[in-house]
Design a protein around this ligand. Structure first.
Ligand code: RIB
Length: 298
């Protein structure tokens, strides 16, 4: 039987330009291509879960606009449960302005719109979906008080929580203590811990109450860190086209494997493979791999 998961998070339309390099401050450069893709860290992770074979409910908000219609349509096509997505009459759907340079790296500005109005009441309205989940997945593109409320609901029903702290912001210890698995990249890890070096940063967060850290390191793979253990999971070498949503692919694949009862290390291997496949393709949701593709790479 498929694992059941819930995702609380953002749903954005990504407006993507490709350019030879990222512009400097005050500079205008010519790009080569403009495309729109469905994105948003929350929605990307929900789609990643669905393509990995998980049953997933998405809890979020979009505006009552054309982007909102398109975003819901693509989520539905991926069989994401839309019951807990609200149409907000007072805010536009979230958008992300993304520049992708030749090497596949990007710079992103997100305007949250309706995502910024996802409320603690919305979370209580979706209690059933969280209660039934084997894992609750969160990021930080929605208000922190809403994220905190979702974690409380998960705790109330003994549902394990995976938090991808992106975009990074300082988090209170009380919240960190409630996280089962925290999945930052290197820069998020540094911001959260106030330390530059990976090992020291990881130890600082464990000391503040995080149970397990899985640090995604791009071309270096990932690192699973617990109090008494650490394991380095090697990357799959690939040619990067666009790194957008590679972290989301990792989180989604990891969460499905973990919900299915795989070990943290095995689940991180799934995450690495999914992230590697995602960077070989352009766009956020279009780049997310299927379970078959991930198994093929593994
Ligand atoms: O993680 C990638 C995502 O970040 C993009 O899809 C964009 O919408 C931003 O939320």
């Amino acid at each position: 039987m498929s694992a059941r998961l819930a995702v609380v998070g953002s749903i954005n339309m990504d407006l993507v330009v490709r350019a030879p390099r990222l512009p400097r401050l005050g500079e205008t450069i010519l790009g080569s291509d403009f495309r729109t893709f469905p994105g948003g860290k929350g929605a990307n992770q929900a789609v990643a879960i669905a393509r990995m074979g998980g049953k997933v409910s998405m809890i979020g908000r979009v505006g009552q606009d054309g982007f909102g219609d398109a975003l819901l349509e693509t989520l539905e096509r991926d069989q994401v449960d839309l019951t807990y997505i609200r149409r907000d009459p007072e805010a536009a759907s979230g958008v992300a302005l993304i520049t992708v340079e030749e090497g596949g790296n990007n710079a992103i500005v997100v305007v949250p719109g309706a995502n910024g109005r996802l409320s603690p009441e919305d979370i209580w309205g979706a209690e059933e979906a969280i209660k039934q989940a084997q894992v609750l997945v969160l990021q930080l593109e929605c208000p922190l008080e809403t994220v905190a409320e979702a974690i409380c609901v998960a705790q109330r029903h003994a549902v394990p929580v995976a938090l991808n702290p992106a975009p990074a912001q300082p988090l209170p210890d009380e919240l960190l203590r409630q996280i089962d698995v925290l999945i930052p990249n290197e820069s998020e890890l540094q911001l959260l811990s106030g330390k530059q070096e990976v090992e020291q940063a990881a130890q600082a967060l464990l000391a503040r109450g995080v149970k397990t850290l899985i640090i995604t390191l791009g071309e270096q793979g990932s690192l699973v860190v617990q109090r008494m253990e650490r394991s380095a999971i090697p990357a799959h070498p690939v040619k990067a086209v666009d790194t957008t949503a590679a972290g989301d692919a990792f989180v989604g694949a990891f969460a499905v494997a973990w919900a299915e009862g795989k070990s943290l290390i095995e689940a991180a291997r799934w995450g690495n493979a999914a992230g590697a496949l995602a960077v070989t393709r352009l766009g956020a949701q279009p780049s997310l791999p299927t379970r078959q593709e991930v198994m093929g790479l593994l």
